[in-house]
Structures are given as structure tokens and as C-alpha cells.
Design a binder for this molecule. Structure first.
Ligand SMILES: [Zn+2]
Length: 326
């Protein structure tokens, strides 16, 4: 990777605004009290000015009980407030407002990237104590991270699970609830839990996130020092490809619009190639977008596609062992 590479807009802005929440709120004309309590939503009027909006200064994300989506990053908030039309423009708006100088830093090596699962497990043991309800109504909405951490916490490692048994693969990276739902955590490159994919016993998918995943993804394999990293939409595809390719590090980006952000999030200085395993639910523009991204970042792109719903089905069909749906 060349040292002059500067095209990492998403990861860059996240790092650049770290710890600067109060300044951002001042810049946007929002009462900084939002970092501690709920205030009237600055995005839209809801229910006669009911207080519903707050900001998490640690994650730089906002949350509003009545907005749709319910929350997103502070960069997205710039767009929601009509101060920019795109993510890139919003990032520039913040850089200008906070006097962040453009920098030509090489890709930061993620050599000390923590094991995401270990992080999730350590979080359960008190790094992020669940807010106690002291009777103050502003504490009634627990932080989203705490909710999904609690969901994972209440689940058990998925061993022999009917859904993955039916699909003939191991439920790698998943936990299972008492009710039989599979939970697959989506985290960012630093291991922060940002969302969940929930799969019911019948195979119904639900992505649980507060707004957009913003590059957070399900991951399998070691990304540190990996020359090739792969990406695919579905967790099912991810598990099968990871297994078939002998442990290849692979991202499950979980929603079609999260593909580029997720690749950008998990790229390291060692990455030279991106392999994308596309399927019928991917957006048609993905290949063009990924090609441009690869060119901008001096990466080789390998493109695969299947007409099957996902690669676990494609693989099982090739084996001639795909069971009939129950
Ligand atoms: Zn709102």
C-alpha cells in the first residue's frame, strides 16, 4: 500500500472526531446537555416537543426514540440536519468546523486489533455496566449497545443448531437464544459491538442495528497480516466460504448497502486483494463501486457471483447433498 493513499473517508472521519462530541454539538447548534440527558429532538418535531434525543459521546452516535432511523453517527446527523448532502460532504463539514487538517497518513496497521469475540465477552464482565434506573425518566432508554450486549449475554454458544444442521455447516461465530434464534454479532474493526444479525429457526433474517451498520460486520478469520480478505452479504455464505477456503478471513456485511463501508472498515495495511462473493440480493452497482474502491486503494479485486440465494446453498448443491426444505 502506498504511503500517499488518502482515500479512506469513512474510517478517517470516525477517528478524527473521536472525543470531540461536545464541539460537534456546539457546531451543530445542539445543546451539549444531550450527552447526559434527553433533549428535544433537533432533527424533527415529535409529539409536541417531547424530549427524545440524546448523544453517546463515546461512540459519537445519536439516538432519538421517534426519528426514523432511530439513530446513526454524528456524521449522519450533519446530513439529517440538512447541512450536507452526502457522507463525504458531512465529513468535510465537520473537518472544516473542527479545524481538522487534511492528513496524508498511511493506512494505520491494525496490528493490535483485539479479538472481537474476546472483546464482546470482556464487555459482558463489567466494562460497560448497564445503566441503572434511578427513577429519572431520561434513563428509561438504555443505550443500544447495552441492549444488544445483553441479548448476546443471555444467549449460549451455538453448537448443533437445527438451522445450520439443515444447511450443513457449523454455526461459526453465532450464539443461540433459548428460543432457538441464532445471534451473529456485528462489530467494527476495534471490536465494538454495533449490531446483530438474528436468524430464526425457520431461517428468517433480521438485522438489529440502531440506524445503519456503518461498516460494522460479522467477521470470521484473522484479518491481521492477511494479504487477501473476502466479503459476502450473508452469514451463511461467509461460514461456508471461510471453511471451504481453509480459514480465509471474510466479512459478512449483512445489509447490501453496507458492503463498501465494511470492506473499508476491515482493510489493513497488509491487504493486497479483495475477493467479493456477490449474490442476487447485492445492489447492482456493487461491482462498479468495489472496482473504483479497489483502484483508489491499489488493491486487486476478484469477483465471484452466484445465482443461488447464497453460497451455502450453492456449495451444498455442488456436493449433491442439499437437503429438502422442511
Ligand atoms: Zn427525533
Amino acid at each position: 500500500m502506498s504511503n500517499t493513499k488518502t482515500v479512506r473517508p469513512y474510517l478517517d472521519i470516525k477517528a478524527q472526531i473521536e472525543g470531540r462530541c461536545s464541539e460537534i454539538l456546539l457546531l451543530l447548534g445542539i445543546n451539549p446537555l444531550a450527552m447526559a440527558t434527553q433533549i428535544t429532538c433537533p432533527v424533527a418535531e415529535h409529539h409536541a416537543g417531547r424530549v427524545s434525543f440524546r448523544v453517546n459521546p463515546v461512540t459519537n452516535r445519536y439516538f432519538c426514540a421517534h426519528c426514523q432511523p432511530k439513530g446513526a453517527s454524528l456524521v449522519d446527523l450533519v446530513i439529517q440536519l440538512g447541512k450536507a448532502e452526502s457522507f463525504a460532504a458531512a465529513a468535510d463539514y465537520l473537518r472544516a468546523g473542527l479545524d481538522i487538517k487534511p492528513q496524508k497518513t498511511p493506512l494505520q496497521a491494525l496490528g493490535d486489533m483485539p479479538d472481537p469475540l474476546a472483546q464482546i465477552i470482556s464487555k459482558k464482565h463489567g466494562d460497560h455496566p448497564v445503566q441503572t434506573d434511578d427513577g429519572d425518566p431520561v434513563n428509561d432508554i438504555p443505550l443500544f449497545e447495552q441492549q444488544i450486549t445483553a441479548m448476546l449475554d443471555a444467549a449460549n454458544p451455538a453448537n448443533l443448531h437445527p438451522y445450520s444442521l439443515h444447511r450443513r455447516f457449523a454455526p461459526l461465530g453465532a450464539r443461540a437464544t433459548d428460543g432457538g434464534n441464532l445471534l451473529i454479532p456485528a462489530h467494527d474493526h476495534a471490536g465494538n459491538l454495533c449490531g446483530l444479525l438474528q436468524i430464526s429457526l425457520q431461517g428468517k433474517h433480521l438485522v438489529v442495528s440502531d440506524g445503519r451498520l456503518m461498516g460494522a460486520a460479522s467477521t470470521l478469520g484473522q484479518f491481521k497480516d492477511a494479504r487477501v480478505i473476502a466479503a459476502t452479504l450473508d452469514w451463511e455464505s461467509q461460514v461456508v466460504l471461510h471453511t471451504v477456503y481453509g480459514g480465509m478471513p471474510i466479512i459478512g456485511y449483512l445489509t447490501p448497502d453496507n458492503a463498501l463501508l465494511a470492506v473499508d472498515e476491515f482493510l489493513t495495511s497488509a491487504t493486497k486483494e479483495i475477493w467479493v462473493f456477490a449474490g442476487p440480493r447485492d445492489v447492482p452497482e456493487l461491482q462498479a463501486g468495489m472496482t473504483l474502491y479497489a483502484n483508489n486503494n491499489d488493491l486487486k479485486l476478484k469477483w465471484f457471483s452466484t445465482k443461488e440465494p447464497d453460497y451455502s446453498i450453492a456449495y451444498a448443491k455442488k456436493l449433491g447433498s442439499f437437503p429438502h426444505p422442511t
